[in-house]
Design a protein around this ligand. Structure first.
Ligand code: ADP
Ligand code: MG
Length: 292
């Protein structure tokens, strides 16, 4: 188990509101190795934020198993949960800037949540400036927040998430409200944090472009892991699917079901209904029913 930062097995979350039940996670299996940087992608409503809330200890699963850094999240006591949220996980939100204190400087904002004793104010500020350096904002450490751009404020929010040196960093649509150029810079920050601090990083996003920035992308659909793409060792370009060649794996559920992504169905002109499956020398070939 030590190899993994996160192990989720058959994780279920059902929201109950006004007499109706919404199944947000429907038996989700996921394993994330320590020190990995990966993305969870899925369209709106697929269960990304729900999963982040479970992993972050912000909400309790309805059933299944969930271990993060060896802790059983279905069994943590209230006090352990407080400690877990403060020290084991860090959070970056879509609008990270919203949680910043505008009257304080960037460095003071980063120092705020640090767990050290009060008298170590200088130590805290020094550490805060170190974290701002990591997100390439050292020169703006003393600036008031209103003087920073949206992208810079999001980087302050990332530095804050690292204040207590979490083992796992969880980011929910971290590039959701910035332009493409700024977004690339923010994703580079996550890679740098992963590389330099060894933090396990999970980025939850609807933006499939993220695939080029992380080694592994797990797609979720209807609250289940549907498929995953892993960067191939030989990063050959593949003309048919564009860009870097990736090995792709699909989850097989207990009933033998496999979900084929809509873009593949479209590409092969496979319509809803049936597909042709032929076994050929150790492989299965899936094609449209009217083709061989
Ligand atoms: P995503 O982040 O991928 O857009 P969510 O995890 O927010 O998806 O939502 C998954 C499903 O759960 C959706 O159908 C959503 O409407 C529902 N849902 C999310 N939060 C709640 C809640 N607090 N109460 C009821 N239903 C919810
Ligand atoms: Mg969401």
């Amino acid at each position: 188990m030590d190899k993994y930062a996160i192990v989720s097995e058959n994780l279920v979350k059902i929201y109950r509101a006004a007499g109706i039940e919404v199944p947000a996670l429907q038996g989700l299996d996921l394993r994330v190795e320590r020190g990995e940087i990966m993305a969870i992608v899925g369209s709106s409503g697929s269960g990304k934020t729900t999963l982040l809330n479970m992993i972050g200890g912000l909400d309790l699963p309805s059933a299944g198993r969930l271990y993060v850094c060896g802790k059983d999240l279905l069994k943590l006591k209230a006090a352990e949960l407080v400690e877990y949220k403060r020290n084991t996980v860090g959070f970056v939100w879509r609008n990270g800037a919203r949680n910043l204190l505008p009257c304080l400087s960037a460095a003071e904002n980063v120092a705020m949540p640090m767990r050290f004793a009060r008298k170590m104010v200088n130590g805290k500020l020094r550490r805060a400036i170190g974290l701002l350096d990591l997100v390439e904002l050292k020169s703006r450490a003393k600036s008031g927040l209103s003087r920073l751009s949206g992208g810079e404020q999001q980087r302050v929010a990332i530095a804050i998430a690292l204040a207590n040196d979490p083992e796992v960093l969880l980011a929910d649509e971290p590039t959701g409200s910035v332009d493409a150029g700024t977004s690339a810079g923010i994703l580079d920050m996550f890679r740098r944090i992963n590389r330099e601090l060894g933090t396990t990083v999970l980025i939850f996003t609807h933006d499939r472009e993220i695939a080029g920035k992380v080694n592994r992308v797990v797609s979720i659909r209807d609250g289940k892991a549907a498929s995953e793409k892993i960067a191939a060792k030989s990063e050959l370009s593949d003309a048919s699917f564009g860009g870097v060649r990736r090995e792709e794996f699909f989850a097989v559920d207990k009933a033998g079901g496999v979900q084929i992504p809509p873009e593949y169905l479209e590409k092969l002109r496979i319509k809803h209904g049936k597909v042709r499956v032929t076994a050929e020398e150790g492989r299965l070939v899936i094609s449209a029913p009217d083709r061989v």
